[in-house]
Design a protein around this ligand. Structure first.
Ligand SMILES: NC(=O)c1ccc[n+]([C@@H]2O[C@H](COP(=O)([O-])OP(=O)(O)OC[C@H]3O[C@@H](n4cnc5c(N)ncnc54)[C@H](O)[C@@H]3O)[C@@H](O)[C@H]2O)c1
Length: 303
């Protein structure tokens, strides 16, 4: 296949671009380098185009599939209007490109749009957007749903992805990364009081697997990409201590965010992803963290 990966210098996008290349596909990356970095694409052989997909977009190449990962991804990005407008305009431009060239479109949505709704989170349940970022992703899903009959389009509601090449996201990188780094360098892991918040952590190799499987979905759809397993931050700290062979005690602190805008529990219902794209996560949290930290030991924890 010839693939276009937008946001391909970012965390999930770079892992996806490198895996596609490894599987023998031709890959072109488009990225503004806002929260991505070319260092994520070391040894990548494909073309890298530095371009903002929310600007008028013309690409004089034919693709078989477009993976749209580009977005302003930091839910605490200071400019809500920019987050919303750029994410929506970028998506509309990519839809136009896909329709004009009659290619499959796989795009990134988020579990963030379930807000503090009931778990396990099902695709059809009521949505609650807690940020401009969440609102932009919900609007993308609404736009996509109206196109199901007109084009091949698959939305992936990623849960909490962690793994290699996420460091450039800085504060928006995963808890596994931030807490792992604190423990690795003998600092007490710091979490909000009292560590009982729950997340569905999915290893990036699984997220990439789901993304590639979406190319052969049974039909246009929007599905969750999670493990279906909820883990408290306290449990996460225990796993990190175990993998790093440390025993650092947690320091709890007051939540600095308005709790109403903070998800307290996320956990995917994975049925639809299993049925429609044939995806089921393979990596346990512990094995994923081990694999990830081997990568960081080899390539550096600060990169
Ligand atoms: N990582 C997660 O846990 C997670 C969870 C839910 C959803 N997602 C979604 O998955 C996708 C990838 O996220 P990520 O974690 O890799 O984040 P990321 O910030 O590392 O990747 C996003 C990439 O898009 C680029 N970008 C931003 N705006 C752009 C634009 N207008 N034009 C071109 N490039 C642009 C950035 O420079 C960056 O490289 C995003 O759409 C995100 O919303 C991620």
């Amino acid at each position: 296949m010839k693939c276009l990966v937008t946001g391909g210098a970012g965390f999930i996008g770079s892992n996806l671009a490198l895996e596609l290349e490894k599987q023998g596909h031709e890959v072109v990356v488009v990225d503004t380098m806002l929260s991505g970095n070319k260092n994520n694409l070391d040894n990548f052989k494909g073309k890298i185009i530095e371009k903002d997909v929310s600007e008028p977009l013309e690409l004089n190449e034919k693709f078989d599939v477009i993976f749209h990962e580009a977005a302003i991804t930091d839910p605490r990005h200071p400019n809500d209007e920019e987050t919303y407008n750029k994410n929506i305009q970028g998506f509309k431009n990519i839809i136009n490109l896909a329709q004009k060239n009659n290619v499959k479109l796989i795009y990134a949505s988020t579990a963030g749009l379930y807000g503090n709704g009931p778990v396990p989170m099902k695709e059809g349940q009521e949505k609650e957007t807690l940020s401009a970022y969440g609102k932009s992703k919900l609007e993308m899903d609404n736009i996509a749903s109206k196109l199901f009959d007109k084009m091949y389009i698959v939305g992936l509601r990623y849960f909490n992805v962690f793994g290699p090449r996420e460091a450039y996201k800085n504060r928006a990188a995963s808890m596994a990364y931030h807490l792992g780094k604190q423990i690795k360098f003998n600092r007490k892991p710091r979490i909000f009081k009292f560590g009982e918040q729950i997340r569905d952590h999915i290893y990036v190799k699984d997220a990439v697997d789901a993304t590639i499987k979406a190319v052969d979905a049974k039909k246009s759809c929007i599905v969750n990409v999670g493990t279906g397993i909820g883990t408290t931050f306290n449990e996460l700290v225990n796993v990190l201590n175990e993998v790093l062979e440390k025993d650092l005690k947690t320091e709890y602190f007051d939540m600095s965010y308005d709790p109403k805008t903070y998800q307290s529990n996320t956990q995917a219902d994975t049925t639809k992803a299993e049925n429609l794209i044939g995806f089921k996560a393979k990596w346990s949290l512990k094995e994923g963290i081990k694999d990830y930290f081997n990568f960081l030991d080899k390539y550096g924890w600060e990169q």
